[in-house]
Design a binder for this molecule. Structure first.
Ligand SMILES: NC(=O)c1ccc[n+]([C@@H]2O[C@H](COP(=O)([O-])OP(=O)(O)OC[C@H]3O[C@@H](n4cnc5c(N)ncnc54)[C@H](OP(=O)(O)O)[C@@H]3O)[C@@H](O)[C@H]2O)c1
Length: 177
């Protein structure tokens, strides 16, 4: 049994699962559930696009998907939404994060981009499957809104790299310890 568990853990660890998010300087990812993330810099949009295309899979929640309105091109779009929801060009799922990652791994993927929103980021970090966080801090303040995570969690991080994307925007890469 222990061997079996070790095997499963190993199998999961082959996959890199990363959270990718843009934050305001006061730590919000949006003003409300239907706020389109159009306030981010052009450099962050490029980073998001390149990184999620390279991964080949982008996982989103239904609220975030509805703000975008259509699948993002050149990558598999997986959307968490209620059973029976049909969205053209998108795989709809209700799977537990570990189950989804195992499924993607069996299909040959080696990286998964978790693109939010807050409910989805929280579900994945709580499931213990996130290796890396890419957090872009934008020079914007909302004062109130939606946090990156929406429950109490305790996760320790190591700052792996920091990069200025432009004069006012910084990209932080954290590894989950
Ligand atoms: N700044 C950024 O980088 C960034 C990135 C992404 C999103 N955002 C922002 O985040 C906000 C949206 O976040 P959010 O937390 O409200 O919503 P969300 O995480 O995008 O989506 C939540 C919805 O997904 C569905 N869902 C969640 N777990 C599920 C499960 N296990 N099975 C089936 N369906 C499931 C439910 O849809 P139903 O309600 O239909 O049941 C739920 O209401 C927006 O403001 C958006 O702009 C910001």
């Amino acid at each position: 049994m222990l061997l079996y568990h070790n095997y499963i853990e190993q199998a999961i660890s082959i996959m890199t699962t990363f959270i990718i998010a843009a934050l305001t300087a006061d730590g919000f990812i949006g003003k409300d559930t239907d706020h389109l993330a159009d306030w981010t810099s052009k450099e962050d949009k490029v980073f998001f696009s390149e990184k999620s295309k390279k991964a080949g899979v982008l996982v989103l929640g239904h609220n975030t998907f509805k703000t975008i309105g259509k699948p993002l091109p050149d990558r598999l779009n997986i959307v968490y939404a209620p059973e029976g929801t049909v969205i053209e060009g998108v795989e709809v799922t209700q799977k537990e994060p570990k189950e989804l990652i195992e499924d993607l791994e069996s299909r040959g993927f080696t990286e998964v981009a978790i693109g939010g929103g807050s409910q989805i980021y929280t579900m994945f970090i709580k499931a213990g499957v996130v290796d890396t966080l890419y957090l872009t801090v934008e020079p914007v303040i909302f004062g109130a809104g939606i946090n990156l995570f929406n429950e109490q969690i305790d996760v320790r991080l190591k700052l792996e790299s920091e990069k200025k994307l432009n004069d006012n925007t910084i990209l932080l890469e954290y590894k989950v310890l």
